[in-house]
Design a protein around this ligand. Structure first.
Ligand code: PLP
Length: 435
């Protein structure tokens, strides 16, 4: 069968209705557990010698469709659904890293990810160094023999920093280290980081993939061609005997024979078998069903929201009460060239930020008088959203940390929805006229 295009994969991949009483929509398998055929079958399932479901903390047929669909949608080898975007990052960090190891990260991150990396991981003795990862010299200087991943967001939330995925992945691969990209803000059709060399993706499904602000969820997707055997740093986890699986070395059995064809699912198998199983931050089948619905229209929504954002960013950049606009699709943006490289057709997504000439006071007045937009702590709903990050989503960060995440006191963040763009501009115009 020819490789299907994105919009077809979003509707059909990973599901065979003939195996589910011919139900056209993916059913919600609302069950904790699955009945064994026999005592021997139970033992075989636990030993990984038989295929089938055991318990919904580890896997469930509804979320399995979502995992297989999103993996196919990105051209990956495997995926694992989890309870939130934060859980996708945290489980990945906790799974791969241990005491004495190091993560090199961009500082242009969502606030809770930044805090988890800077504070929580310290308790386990994991070192984290924040550097401008696009800066080759700084990146090379930060990587050492204990480094086991380079981590960044494709488009920093809310700084608008654009990761040069191709350049950074080439550098990290030179050290046999995977590049992990949180691609929450720009899922395909906007950007597929695998096409530029990323090895692992994390997502908050809560945002554009769900698209309707109804459920919290996350996903980790593995590309499948990374050689975990080439760097001794991974003998701590992936390339090591697993005590919970009778000493099996997962890399030898599930990775090494398959990675050259891009079909290794070793990372996802490992994470599912220990951190997901042990921590239990699982996505419910109800959540899985919500995200399957969102994914069906992602292709249409992402393009429309991104196009409207471009119109609004251009409008704001010409308004006399606006001090600055951080939208990489504008020619004066320091990220304009990278934006053209990674988002040549669609524009860099629907989230961007700006500051009013009147500073913080004017920003607060603007938000309080803005109609149609909702002032809340989320992005990439179908509805347009506004927030003041320094006092809300990024309030854990202070001083230098706030600035290095690209957040200033006067910054207002927009997430543009599916409303008619003329109505959005009218609402913005009205709120600006009041200040
Ligand atoms: N990653 C990014 C880039 C985000 O913007 C967010 C939330 O805004 C998250 C992760 C966390 O997602 P969740 O709220 O689903 O845990």
């Amino acid at each position: 069968m020819s490789k299907k295009k994105l919009s077809t994969l979003a509707l059909h991949a990973g599901y065979d209705y003939s195996k589910s009483l011919k139900s056209r929509a993916v059913p919600i398998y609302a069950t904790t557990s699955f009945v064994f055929d026999s005592a021997q079958n139970g033992a075989d399932l636990f030993a990984g010698k038989a295929e089938g479901f055991i318990y919904s903390r580890i896997h469930n047929p509804t979320t399995t469709v979502l995992e297989e669909r999103l993996s196919a949608y990105h051209g990956g080898s495997a995926a694992m659904a989890v309870a939130s975007g934060c859980a996708s990052n945290a489980l990945l960090f906790l799974g791969l890293a241990d005491s004495g190891k190091k993560i090199v990260s961009s500082p242009h991150l969502y606030g809770s990810t930044f805090s988890f990396l800077s504070h929580n991981l310290k308790k386990f003795g994991v070192a984290v160094e924040f550097v401008d990862v696009n800066d080759e010299k700084a990146l090379r200087a930060a990587i050492d023999k204990n480094t086991l991943m380079v981590y960044a967001e494709s488009v920093g939330n809310p700084s608008g920093y654009i990761l040069d995925i191709e350049k950074v992945s080439k550098i990290s691969h030179g050290y046999n280290i995977p590049l992990v990209v949180d691609n929450t803000v720009t899922p395909p059709p906007l950007l597929n980081p695998f096409e530029y060399g990323a090895d692992i993706l994390t997502y908050s499904l809560t945002k554009l993939i769900g698209g309707h602000g109804t459920h919290i969820g996350g996903m980790i997707i593995e590309k499948g061609d990374f050689d975990w055997g080439a760097n001794p740093v991974f003998t701590n986890y992936i390339n090591a005997p697993d005590p919970t699986a009778e000493g099996t070395n997962f890399w030898e059995v599930y990775g090494k024979p398959f990675y050259k064809e891009g079909k290794s699912a070793v990372l996802i198998n490992k994470l599912r078998g220990d951190v997901l199983r042990g921590i239990g931050a699982t996505l419910s089948p109800f959540g899985g069903h919500e995200f399957l619905k969102g994914l069906e229209t992602l292709n249409l929504r992402a393009i429309r929201q991104s196009e409207s954002a471009k119109i609004i960013a251009e409008y704001l950049s010409k308004h006399h009460k606006i001090g600055w606009v951080h939208y990489s699709g504008l020619k004066d943006s320091p990220f304009y060239d990278l934006s053209q490289k990674y988002f040549p057709k669609t524009g860099p997504g629907a989230v961007f930020s700006f500051g009013l000439k009147g500073g913080y006071e004017a920003g607060v007045k603007f938000i309080d008088n803005l109609e149609v937009f909702s002032n809340l702590a989320n992005i990439l709903d179908a509805r347009s959203l506004v927030i003041h990050p320094a006092s809300t989503t990024h309030s854990q960060l202070k001083g230098k940390a706030l600035l290095s995440a690209g957040v200033t006191e006067d910054l207002v963040r927009f997430s543009i929805g599916l409303e008619d763009v003329d109505d959005l501009i009218e609402a913005i115009d009205k709120a600006l006229s009041i200040i």
